[in-house]
Design a protein around this ligand. Structure first.
Ligand code: G3H
Ligand code: 13P
Ligand code: ZN
Length: 309
């Protein structure tokens, strides 16, 4: 049981039809729900921390909570920085003991993205830490008017090959139509699978990463709305699309929104039904249980990662 890198997990996932879940963590209950699910499913696991999560929880807390989770469950876990925007935050996380960092230079020009990524790769690799980079932009539904405009921001396969060659990055996040948050599609969900296949064909040895991969489970959306929430029209990536993507090089599937929805739905329900209660444990316990059940469902039915540890 230890903090491990993503190297072996991805090597296995790359030659199989399953993907490793990378779950965003912000507090103790979220971590506990996720690790308990991974343990029961005997699944490989990545816990990831965004800059916002680091700021919210303060750096030492999340690393120590993940260490506690390893001691408590006996699991091997990869600890990853999600969307590091510059060298500085990547370096801090390497120095803090993270086993993987993401340098997200996707908003920069191609050459600048290469330059930033190379600098992080050099430092991280010297410390035994894996690096994820991103090429292409994850547009939200509000950003573009139609599929054509949206696909202009998708990853260009030839650029992906050049980028990996020039940076020496360990894994690559790509844009094929997913987006962050709970509103991913206006009409029919669409992912550019032909593009994914082309990228995988050109760089078959590079594990690919799917950001914005929450499925936005209707059960939690309706529960939020039933108990005072206001999130109409939320729509995620259909489960079968995630399963399909795992066949073409997607080794890491990023999930945050589904955790947020599960937690909020249960907290809302408990508070609405128990107006006299004010002990946070009373509503955080069912929220943690809901996260565990949701993550178990994902591992089993969406990621196909049960018993892949
Ligand atoms: O990709 C974004 C993740 O959902 C993290 O979100 O920056 O609000 O922590 P955050
Ligand atoms: P979701 O918003 O779909 O959960 O995506 C999370 C993500 O990509 C974190 O990097
Ligand atoms: Zn992301």
């Amino acid at each position: 049981m230890a903090l491990i890198t993503t190297k072996e997990m991805f090597a296995k996932a790359l030659v199989s039809d399953y993907a490793v879940g990378a779950f965003n963590v912000n507090n103790m209950e979220i971590i506990q729900g996720i690790v308990d699910a991974a343990k029961e499913e005997n699944a490989p696991l990545i816990l990831q921390v965004s800059a916002g999560a680091r700021k919210y929880a303060r750096p030492a807390y999340l690393t120590k909570l993940v260490e506690a989770a390893i001691i408590d469950t006996g699991l091997d876990i990869a600890l990853h920085l999600d969307h590091g925007e510059d060298f500085d935050i990547c370096k801090k996380c390497v120095d803090d003991g993270f086993t993987s960092v993401m340098i997200d230079g996707s908003k920069h020009e191609f050459e600048e993205n290469i330059k930033m990524t190379k600098q992080v790769v050099e430092y991280a690799h010297a410390h035994g830490v894996a690096v994820e980079a991103e090429l292409g932009k994850l547009a939200g539904i509000e950003d573009d008017v139609n599929v054509d405009a949206r696909s202009a921001t998708f990853t260009v396969p030839e650029e992906a090959a050049e980028f990996v060659e020039k940076t020496g990055v360990d894994s690559l996040a790509i844009a094929i139509g997913t987006s962050h948050g709970a509103y991913k599609f206006k009409g029919e969900p669409y992912l550019d699978f032909e593009r994914l296949k082309e990228i995988h064909k050109l760089i078959p040895d590079t594990p690919l990463v799917l950001h914005g991969a929450s499925t936005v489970l209707p059960e939690f959306v309706s529960k939020c709305n039933k108990y005072g929430g206001n999130i109409p029209g939320a729509q995620g990536v259909p489960e079968e699309m995630i399963r399909e993507a795992a066949k073409y090089g997607i080794c890491k599937v990023n999930i945050d929104t589904d955790l947020r929805l599960a937690m909020t739905a249960e907290v809302r329900k408990f508070i609405a039904e128990n107006p006299a209660e004010f002990d946070p444990r009373k509503y955080l316990a069912p929220a943690r249980d809901a996260i565990k059940a949701m993550v178990q469902h994902k591992i089993r039915n969406v990621l196909n990662a049960s018993n892949m540890r």
